[in-house]
Design a protein around this ligand. Structure first.
Ligand code: UT7
Length: 327
């Protein structure tokens, strides 16, 4: 049986730290509100780093950490909602930065669930023996699509990139994955692309919404708690395991109150949740690989530990991945 396993991780965050107090100079907010309602104390903001540059830096660190030659990579999957271009894809740009040729490389869009979707796709390519070594990246420069006049959203987001190398193995790494989506809830969390504009339009175009994130925070909060519990239960059921068999949960880093609620409902001990949103905020597709990399570099995980990554996001989308730690 062929399995896929993570053999290396990497990350990159911009050096520029923006603390809550700095945001209170831009919108009517304060450190106390942001900390108590979200758990976020600071976030990293791009000082000019582009999405593909941050992705490539995270990728280089993951390649080094995995101890492989970059030429062993035979596919690149990038999850992002903030690419530098619609075309070429961020994955194409990363491929060029790494000096790799001929291999397939593509982006996927699944909101903040993007990294879990990417991992699921890569796992399937490896299990079907079409690929052996896949670079999976989650990267966002959310600061370029944040509405900096909207205090409901601008205090939440940050920029960053995280990457893993997934390799084929006879040892079981990824045990199972689960993803889902509900397009009819699209309006709850949106980031519009370019509006329709051409010389043949006979009617005024009213669809030109600004390219900013907008969100119904309360609805997303409720959805998130419900769907994270469902996603965790799905991967546990699929693998005949119970929550007591799990050593760590790496949740999407959106709000500490969402993470705590899910942990309470599922009776997960506090120390089992990997949390770094206090220092990075919500980095969408990058949040899980960033947290994973940090915990790995801090030697939090031991071989044989069972880990669940779980996310929700715009789309609406959701998903989870259950894996054995093998490094
Ligand atoms: O990756 C997925 C993306 N999104 C999420 O996961 C977000 C999920 N939702 C949330 O995390 C929370 O709903 C928020 C953090 C966005 C908001 O927290 P909340 O406890 O649901 O607050 P609220 O929206 O009910 O707002 C409470 C009050 C309101 O004032 P009034 O109407 O009670 O007078 C808001 O106007 O807090 C006000 N408020 C703020 N005050 C200070 C909203 N944002 C801020 C702010 N600073 N930044």
């Amino acid at each position: 049986m062929v399995y896929s396993k993570i053999i290396g991780t990497g990350a990159y965050v911009p050096a520029r730290i923006v603390k809550n107090d700095e945001l209170s100079k831009i919108v009517e907010t304060n450190d106390e509100w942001i900390t108590s309602r979200t758990g976020i104390k600071e976030r990293r903001i791009s000082s000019g780093e582009k999405t593909y540059q941050m992705a490539a830096k995270a990728a280089k660190e993951a390649i080094e950490n995995a101890g492989i030659e970059k030429e062993e990579i035979d596919m690149i999957v990038v999850a992002t909602i903030t690419p530098d271009f619609f075309m070429p894809s961020t994955a194409n740009l990363v491929q060029a930065e790494l000096g790799l040729k001929d291999i397939p490389s593509f982006d996927i869009v699944a909101g903040c669930t993007g990294f879990v979707y990417g991992l699921q796709i890569a796992d399937q390519f490896i299990k079907s023996k079409q690929s052996k070594t896949i670079l999976v990246i989650g990267v966002e420069v959310l600061s370029k699509v944040t509405n900096w006049f909207d205090r409901n959203t601008c205090v939440l987001f940050g920029d960053g990139a995280g990457a893993v190398i997934l390799k084929s193995s006879n040892q079981e790494g990824i045990i199972c994955t689960y993803t889902g989506s509900q397009g009819d809830l699209q309006e709850l969390l949106t980031l519009p692309a370019v509006p329709l504009k051409n010389p043949f339009l006979h009617i005024p175009n009213n669809n030109g919404r600004p390219s900013n994130i907008s969100m119904n925070g309360k609805e997303i909060f409720q959805f998130a708690t419900r769907i994270m519990i469902k996603s965790i239960s799905q991967v546990l059921n699929k693998s005949n395991l119970s929550i007591s068999d799990i050593d760590y949960i790496i949740p999407h880093q959106a709000n500490i109150r969402i993470i705590d609620y899910v942990a309470r409902k599922l009776k997960i001990e506090r120390e089992k949740s990997i949390i770094n949103l206090d220092r990075f905020g919500n980095t969408s597709s990058a949040s899980i690989p960033l947290a994973l990399n940090e915990a790995h570099k801090e030697k939090t995980f031991c071989p044989g530990d069972r880990i669940i990554m779980v996310a929700f996001g715009g789309g609406l989308t959701w998903g989870a991945a259950l894996l054995n730690w093998t490094i």
